[in-house]
Design a protein. Structure first.
Length: 251
């Protein structure tokens, strides 16, 4: 083998090993994140905790004391979605790239839009989460594009950490969307995080129904509490695609 070919071979080998190392590190980091989050699910308190914002139910007191920016917990049975939900009013997207311990982390933690204030009347809580390639965070949401998956997973469990906020939600619709230019006059689901008026509520549901991949037959009326789950999708370029699941509280 000539010197030139040896050099090319060595360079190719180094590139391969470097790429392999990045892949291994990605999945190892994801595994560590999942293990850390799983341990959080096991941290439960014994008594309710009275705070200046309300009464934190016993189930979540230890987690609240560990990080008071936790506002809820989301779970979809028989999936990997089983995570705390955060909110950082001073830095709205903080948990996009930070974990529960506030350490830098590419997977982040699901977080609620600042306009979806759980302490103010709103009929829609908008929750964001990454679509991770290792299947974690909100990756599973995209499977709701298939009506058969919906039929097997028709409900979402979402608790706020405060007394009276624990609930189950019936999936209403699932759809593809994207982040549009501000000047474009189209339905932008992410602008409805703080629904209050009947007009806004009706307009939101009109937009949701128009984009729905299939009909669930679930009826919604003004006054229902909604939760909207949003994650990335790759059906459009430049990482602008989104996949969305909307559900209403049934108990």
């Amino acid at each position: 083998m000539s010197i030139g070919r040896k050099i090319i071979f060595v360079i190719a080998l180094l590139v391969f090993l470097g790429s392999l190392g990045m892949i291994v590190n990605y999945y190892f980091s994801g595994w560590k994140t999942e293990q850390a989050l799983s341990s959080l699910a096991e941290m439960t308190g014994e008594e309710d905790l009275v705070t200046d914002k309300g009464v934190v139910v016993a189930k979540y007191t230890k987690l609240y004391q560990k990080n008071p920016e936790m506002v809820g917990w989301i779970k979809i049975d028989d999936t990997r979605i089983d995570y705390p939900v955060m909110q950082s009013p001073k830095d709205p997207e903080f948990y996009l790239h930070h974990n529960f311990e506030k350490e830098p982390n590419g997977a982040g933690v699901p977080f609620i839009d600042t306009n979806s204030d759980i302490f103010k009347p709103t009929y829609n809580w908008l929750v964001y989460g990454h679509n991770m390639k290792d299947g974690s965070m909100f990756h599973t949401l995209v499977e709701y594009a298939d009506a058969e998956f919906y039929q097997k997973h028709p409900t979402v469990k979402f608790d706020t950490i405060y007394k009276g906020g624990q609930g189950e939600y019936q999936v209403v619709a699932a759809f593809y969307s994207q982040i549009y230019p501000e000047s474009k006059n189209v339905f932008k689901y992410y602008e409805y995080a703080g629904l209050r008026s009947k007009t806004d509520f009706d307009n939101y549901m009109l937009g949701v129904r128009s984009l729905a991949e299939y009909s669930t037959g679930v009826q919604v009326e003004y006054g229902d509490q909604l939760i909207t789950l949003s994650t990335c999708s790759y059906h459009v370029p430049d990482r602008k695609g989104r996949f969305v699941v909307v559900a209403k509280r049934i108990r």
